[in-house]
Design a protein around this ligand. Structure first.
Ligand SMILES: NC(=O)c1ccc[n+]([C@@H]2O[C@H](COP(=O)([O-])OP(=O)(O)OC[C@H]3O[C@@H](n4cnc5c(N)ncnc54)[C@H](O)[C@@H]3O)[C@@H](O)[C@H]2O)c1
Ligand SMILES: O=c1ccn([C@@H]2O[C@H](COP(=O)(O)OP(=O)(O)O[C@H]3O[C@H](CO)[C@@H](O)[C@H](O)[C@H]3O)[C@@H](O)[C@H]2O)c(=O)[nH]1
Length: 337
């Protein structure tokens, strides 16, 4: 698919990145990870995969990595992604998500890399007028995270229109779960994502889950999101590369299943999967949170040879719980070694 070239995965030591690396290896591709390990972990990079430890803000390191490893395409996943943090520290988000994407785009042009898959987000839509939200809906982000990712998309599409750099921007909805074979999962401590937080609470690793707002205009008053299994999402990247390799051209694609689940429904499903009761506390709405976001999922399935294999909240949660148990066992082993 890249004529013997390797794929550079920025952010490949992170949660989603480590699953994308596995999907690329499973597809028989050569992979190099480029990651500053700010939130990623070296142990998330499979043995035999080179890890370049540097920031995407470092043009020299980027160009060297593209050149030295014979890179044919880039999957750009490095970024900052916590919505409330983006509200309190916006400059970090504009720098990491926009300025560093510009550095990467220029490095690609300078080194003759012509294909790039970009990790975008449902947060570009803000509060959609209509659900499910399709790719042509207006983008009116309501937090600096979404705004910086939308600006990065615009930058990449403008570069793509003017130069030989084709872009697939994948707008991920809420990513959750873990590799069904247990090879990877979400490792970063201090997680904020609902399914991870709920699994930790159910397994006794945190006292409670705060529900951020019970007064939204939704059936049970809590926020609604479209949760996608990380392994399905990872395989979408392989298909996006295939699309570019076949000359498919630049495109923006939602990555979701087209079904929404409320916070309360997620908590019930985690309780069902674990047999545990989760203590909840009703907290104020979180700044920057839209009430409901659900993907229109037709375009990606029309354009890519991608079909979801784990389109089921219980399947996502089962893999998330299995990974959390695995991590807990590892921690216990360390305690006694
Ligand atoms: N998790 C989600 O639900 C979600 C949803 C939509 C979009 N995304 C996007 O997916 C991408 C990956 O997110 P994730 O959930 O795996 O988060 P993560 O924090 O686990 O992964 C991000 C990775 O990027 C690395 N990184 C960050 N800044 C870097 C820099 N300047 N240079 C080099 N490496 C850097 C980190 O060390 C980490 O390994 C992000 O771009 C994020 O915006 C995530
Ligand atoms: O402890 C928690 C955590 C979350 N929530 C709620 O659960 C929902 C999901 O929240 P979370 O898991 O934090 O994800 P989002 O804020 O929706 O953002 C995620 O999903 C976006 C795409 O929709 C991505 O762009 C972001 O990177 C990613 O963090 C929201 O309604 C939150 O208010 C709670 O009630 N309690």
């Amino acid at each position: 698919m890249t004529e013997g070239h390797a794929i550079l995965v920025t952010g490949g030591a992170g949660y989603i990145g480590s699953h994308v690396v596995l999907a690329l290896l499973d597809a028989g591709l050569r992979v190099v990870v480029f990651d500053d390990l700010s939130t990623g972990r070296p142990e998330a990079v499979p043995a035999g995969v080179p890890l370049v430890r540097a920031s995407t803000g470092d043009a020299t390191a980027l160009r060297a990595a593209l050149r030295d490893h014979g890179i044919g395409a880039v999957i750009h996943m490095a970024g900052s992604l916590i919505v409330p943090e983006s509200v309190t520290d916006p400059a970090r988000y504009w720098r990491n998500n926009l300025a560093n994407t510009l550095v990467l785009a220029e490095a690609c042009l300078a080194e003759g890399v012509t294909r790039l898959v970009f990790s975008s987000t449902a947060a570009v839509y803000g509060i959609p007028d209509r659900l499910p939200v399709d790719e042509d809906a207006p983008c009116r982000p309501i937090n600096p995270y979404g705004a910086s990712k939308h600006a990065a998309e615009q930058l990449l599409l403008a570069v793509s229109a003017a130069h030989r750099l084709d872009i697939v921007a994948l707008r991920y909805f809420n990513v959750a779960g873990a590799d069904p074979a247990g090879r990877a999962g979400q490792r970063a401590p201090g997680a904020t994502h609902l399914i991870k937080v709920a699994c930790e609470a159910a397994l006794g690793q945190r006292a409670e889950v705060a529900i951020y707002g019970e007064d939204y205009d939704t059936p049970d008053g809590t926020g609604i999101r479209d949760y996608i299994h990380v392994t399905d999402l990872a395989r979408a990247h392989v298909e996006a590369l295939r699309h570019l390799a076949m000359g498919g051209g630049s495109v923006v694609l939602n990555c979701g299943y087209g079904r929404g689940h409320s916070v309360r429904a997620v908590l019930r499903a985690v309780e069902h999967a674990t047999g545990a009761r989760i203590r909840v506390r009703i907290a104020p709405r979180r700044p920057g949170d839209p009430p409901a976001v659900v993907a229109a999922a037709q375009r990606i399935q029309g354009l890519l040879a991608w079909r979801p294999a784990f389109n089921d909240l219980d399947a996502i949660i089962a893999d998330a719980v299995r990974w959390e148990r695995h991590m807990a066992n590892q921690d216990r082993r360390h305690l006694w070694s």
